[in-house]
Ligand binder design. Structure first.
Ligand code: PMT
Length: 397
């Protein structure tokens, strides 16, 4: 079960960085939920946070939360950690004095979860003795700070008060939540996305893989301390920070990139949807209807090498090889066939349908190894990535 971080958002220009914090936490496999002050809603409409988190956003102390008459208490209990980012001087002052006059500060008083504050404000407000003393009081009560940075501030002043880098805040939260670092010192190779096999200059064979599943695994492994190489077909995702990302187009290019990284890897996870066949004689120009009808009507195909099966046949006893099986029916039986046929250590079988598998943020999968099959509930790809790595981490022990 993934951890829940309640993110308290207060009224400050740096609020736009909270979006990046939410994404970073989600990539770390964490469920993020937002509570905002009334002032914060003047900067950003709660709809944006509701869309990003896919969770209701809490604002007013007396708002009607369906089926939840004591909202601040349930929010307080739901949180494994309460992050307030950005946190204004005003909210820190209230918290230092136990004032609870809105939903955010009431929840802060009601929670027993660890609290992490990332302050952001004007330099003079930050350096004011009142603010410094309030921060000291909060620190002495065990509240952690991801301190503000120095630099150019929104008000035009220079100095300390800028919200810390979202990546730094995310790391601090994941560390505090004890997100595992069990892959430290391990090298993980991940394939992702589709391959694209050219027919001519403008046509190709491919599939709808977005790369989301593979990228989620690469990021989760990186967050757990692994040294990750990600080999990806053409996708529209940004290269993840801190991960060596190799871009390829065809299955043959993916084969070469994987072959050069496989020997050094401890774990290789093949999520890519590799085209099993490619056109035998791709043409560099555009084939023309009429003149090239013969070539367009009958496409001769040749089989691509099976990257996973080839690497698994070369694997050392200390290496783990994981494949995926995208199936439209009989997921378990087909996954087991691939486990044996491709000599993998684990196959992640997933049903592909209009609302599962390709190009969406959630997936429903089954882990199949030589001993058993484990059916997992529908979850985000970030959470599935964590579940797969949990399984591999156990196998490495
Ligand atoms: O990218 P997303 O939009 O997030 O979608 C994720 C996904 C649906 C692509 C992913 O979850 C998934 O199921 N990936 C495997 C898709 C697939 O093509 O499966 P397959 O049954 O054809 O291949 C089985 C395994 O062999 C896979 O691990 C595949 O990477 C590997 N393979 C297949 C053919 C080949 N020539 N070389 C390979 O390495």
């Amino acid at each position: 079960m993934s951890k829940t971080v309640l993110i308290g958002v207060t009224g400050c220009v740096a609020i736009y960085k909270t979006c990046e914090i939410i994404r970073g936490l989600q990539k770390g496999g964490v469920r993020a939920k937002v509570v905002m002050t009334e002032s914060a809603t003047h900067f950003i409409n709660p709809t944006l946070f509701r869309s990003l988190t896919r969770e209701p956003v809490a604002v007013g102390l007396f708002d009607d939360a369906p089926g939840d008459p004591i909202h601040h208490v349930s929010l307080a209990k739901e949180a494994d950690l309460f992050l307030i980012a950005p946190c204004t001087a005003n909210v820190m002052a209230k918290m230092a004095h136990g004032i609870a006059d809105d939903l955010l500060t009431t929840t802060a008083l009601a929670t027993t979860a660890p609290i992490v504050i990332a302050p952001a404000m004007n330099v003079n407000m930050y350096e004011n003795v009142a603010t410094q003393q309030n921060m000291e009081t909060l620190r002495s009560r065990g509240i952690e700070f991801v301190d503000a940075e120095s630099g150019y501030l929104a008000c035009g002043d220079e100095g300390k008060g800028r919200l810390a880098d979202p990546a730094v805040i995310v790391k601090a939260v994941l560390d505090r939540l004890n997100v595992k670092r069990d892959l430290e010192g391990k090298r993980v190779l991940v394939t992702a996305g589709p391959t694209v096999e050219p027919i001519d200059a403008v046509r190709f064979i491919s599939n709808p893989s977005s790369g989301k599943m593979g990228f989620a695994i690469a990021v989760a492994a990186h967050n757990r301390g692994a040294d990750v190489t990600l080999v990806t077909g053409p996708v529209s995702l940004e290269d993840p920070a801190g991960i060596e990302t190799v871009h390829v187009k065809t299955a043959l290019e993916m084969f070469d990139a994987v072959e050069s990284a496989f020997g050094e890897s401890d774990i290789a996870i093949f999520t890519a949807a590799v085209s099993d066949y490619r056109p035998a004689s791709p043409v560099e120009r555009k084939l023309k209807k009429g003149a090239d009808d013969a070539a367009l009507e009958t496409l001769e195909l040749v089989e691509n090498p099976d990257i996973l099966a080839t690497m698994a046949s070369r694997k050392r006893p200390d290496q783990l090889v994981v494949g995926f099986a995208a199936e439209t029916e009989n997921v378990e039986a087909n996954a087991r066939k691939k486990l044996v046929g491709k000599k993998a250590d684990l196959i992640v079988g997933n049903l592909v349908s209009h609302d599962n598998g390709f190009a969406i943020d959630e997936n429903e999968a089954m882990l199949v190894d030589a001993r058993a099959s484990k059916e997992l509930p529908r979850m985000t790809k970030a959470q599935l990535a964590c579940a797969i790595l949990d399984e591999l981490s156990l196998a490495l022990q």
